[in-house]
Design a protein around this ligand. Structure first.
Ligand SMILES: Cc1ncc(COP(=O)(O)O)c(C=O)c1O
Length: 311
């Protein structure tokens, strides 16, 4: 079960931020659940409900050998009493790495497929073949990227509004892989009611800035607009943007600069970080602040979307 009382807002102080007169706070969504923390619980909650509604007893999804999504799905499925199947890109290297070993220990059936078969993960023929082989299942696309995932992430806006009294006028920064979380957050923020305590009758408005963690991610803007339209929200990008220049060489590429930054930040701020998502986003954000892109007095909320493994 999600323990949203664990989500907290942690101020970040350092000389660099002081010098630029920028206030930065980390919203610790990663603390919401030991396994299904960060954005994962939000992406999965509506999918689990739909699976139950449809009478499914088995969930199937896709991912690489280090997939945060499959790790979370294995835990969520076990907690919900549903069987899980993870279709893994490429061969299974034994001994299994910590991600896959955990998934297997949660009862997930791990099925390795060739990279060419993996590319067919959206094909109806391929899915029909999987159904024939493994029985009926509720399908969750790679990364939990579907409409139910977007709808689930709308609740992240409600959590933010409950925890950040001065949300209006903040910039919210988050890492983007598929853009599902960003689309959910943006549409969720648009539906927030005005906060009566603030005496403000206008809706809460906060700008959302996504940091793409993969190279060549400009295509994600169209995906995000599509998700927004699917959940009945405007496709306007007046209240969000996607930064595509801070990928650091590509997905899961971790250069020395980024490695040092993550080590420094984790040590000094006592906030555990990983370099693939939240670490990369923060590194990009510090570069933007350093480049003078934030006026003095700017208030930034960084969403910690998880991805850490218990050691
Ligand atoms: C830890 C973490 N943060 C952020 C993201 C990006 O989320 P999205 O794919 O919804 O853009 C992911 C990927 O799912 C992730 O694993």
């Amino acid at each position: 079960m999600l323990n949203n009382s664990q989500i907290c807002v942690q101020p970040v102080h350092d000389g660099f931020l002081r010098a630029h007169q920028v206030s930065l706070r980390m919203v610790r969504f990663d603390l919401a659940h030991p396994v299904v923390g960060g954005n994962k619980w939000y992406k999965l909650q509506h999918n689990l409900a739909l699976a139950r509604e449809q009478g499914a007893s088995r969930l199937l999804s896709f991912g690489g050998a280090y997939s945060n999504h499959l790790y979370a799905l294995a835990g969520a499925g076990a907690e919900a009493g549903l069987d899980t199947i993870g279709i893994i890109r490429g061969e299974l290297v034994t001994p299994l790495n910590a991600t896959l070993a955990f998934a297997r220990d949660q009862g997930m059936q791990l099925i390795p497929v060739s990279r060419s078969d993996y590319r067919r993960r959206g094909d109806q023929d391929f899915l029909a073949q999987l159904r024939k082989q493994y029985g009926p299942f509720y399908l969750i696309p790679e990364g939990g990227a579907n409409e139910a995932g977007v709808r689930g992430c709308q609740d992240m806006a409600t959590e933010l509004a409950a925890r950040v009294p001065d949300l209006h006028g903040c910039e919210i920064a988050l890492a983007c892989g598929t853009g599902t979380t960003l689309a959910g957050l943006v549409s969720g923020l648009r539906h927030l009611p005005p906060d009566p305590a603030s005496g403000c009758t206008k809706p809460v408005s906060a700008f959302v800035r996504g940091f793409a963690v993969l190279k060549g991610a400009d295509f994600l803007r169209a995906d995000i607009r599509r998700w927004l339209a699917r959940v009945g929200s405007s496709t306007s990008d007046a209240d969000w943007s996607l930064e595509t220049a801070y990928h650091g060489g590509g997905y899961a590429r971790v250069g020395q600069d980024l490695r040092h930054f993550v080590a420094y930040f984790s040590r000094v701020q006592k906030i555990p970080l990983e370099p693939v998502y939240t670490g990369k986003l923060l590194h990009g954000l510090y570069q933007r602040i350093s480049a003078g892109l934030y006026a003095p007095g700017s208030r930034i909320l960084v969403l910690h979307t998880g991805g850490l493994r218990p050691v």
